[in-house]
Design a protein around this ligand. Sequence first.
Ligand SMILES: CCCCC/C=C\C/C=C\C/C=C/C(=O)SCCNC(=O)CCNC(=O)[C@H](O)C(C)(C)COP(=O)(O)OP(=O)(O)OC[C@H]1O[C@@H](n2cnc3c(N)ncnc32)[C@H](O)[C@@H]1OP(=O)(O)O
Length: 277
Amino acid sequence: MLSRLSPLAQRTISPRLLSNAQRTLVNISYPSPKIAVLELDRPPVNSLSLEMSAKIVESIKEIESNPEVQAMVLKSSNPKIFSAGLDITEMNRPTVARLEDFWRNIQTLFLTLYSTRLSTIASIDGHSPAGGCLLAMSCDYRIMSATPSYKIGLNETKLGIAAPYWLKDLFVTTIGYREAEVGLALGKLYSPKEALEIKLVDELVDSPVIDVALKRADEWASIPEKGRVASKVMLRGAMIQDLEEKREMDVGWFRDFIMEEGVQKGIEGYLKNLSKK
Ligand SMILES: CCCCC/C=C\C/C=C\C/C=C/C(=O)SCCNC(=O)CCNC(=O)[C@H](O)C(C)(C)COP(=O)(O)OP(=O)(O)OC[C@H]1O[C@@H](n2cnc3c(N)ncnc32)[C@H](O)[C@@H]1OP(=O)(O)O
């Protein structure tokens, strides 16, 4: 953690040179009293390790604890990557105990972000595959850079794994059954234009995404909280309750699936290709 370094070291070491063990992993700022910005900051690609998920959850709770704050923008410190999704190394020959803990943290991350009383705006200025897309879909509103090379979607099948049932449900709820059926089977990653067409994102912008995200956060933050939150609970409550009831079953499915030898070989191969690239 950055806070473990001496004050002098904190001032003199460039943030670029810090290892992830020394980083805070996320940064929180408040551009105005009603708005918080939660910035993902886990180089190189903001992948979601156990510690990263726990840190995001802790940060959302910290922001929520201030009753004045109404909206939160979720962004990345990386100019080209929102989040590369789950940290694949967590699924590569893990111990069962770590793998189960990792998955509980991912479930908690989804449940916390999806159910927060805050209005959540995803400022997607870069690639957002798999778990990155999960983060974006868990927000209330998604704004993506129009840069054509960026990709968003659920590409799990390309790694030889499957999205868990609740991520599938979130995908279906967001883009509809038929598009989700095709997207999941093919592990499809969409360009920003395609993502807008299927409503995986709500808006594309050419200008810095964060500027528009802050504007939208202002609009969402101006809606009276009680009615806004009641509507959110009506729309999202059933999915949240369903996973709450099935959490341990889901941990078991995940563990048994990932620990299979064939799946392990697939993950190993995918990681090797990523590193070679
Ligand atoms: C029925 C039972 C159900 C069981 C369910 C089971 C599982 C599903 C679970 C959950 C759903 C979610 C799954 C996931 O999120 S899996 C992760 C999917 N993500 C990806 O496939 C993205 C992979 N990364 C990329 O495509 C690219 O890195 C990028 C994001 C487009 C960026 O490209 P760029 O060229 O800028 O960077 P590099 O590719 O050179 O990467 C730099 C560096 O980072 C490493 N890395 C990249 N992504 C990850 C990652 N997700 N996890 C860990 N490490 C990653 C990459 O290997 C490089 O490392 P190096 O050491 O070579 O520098």
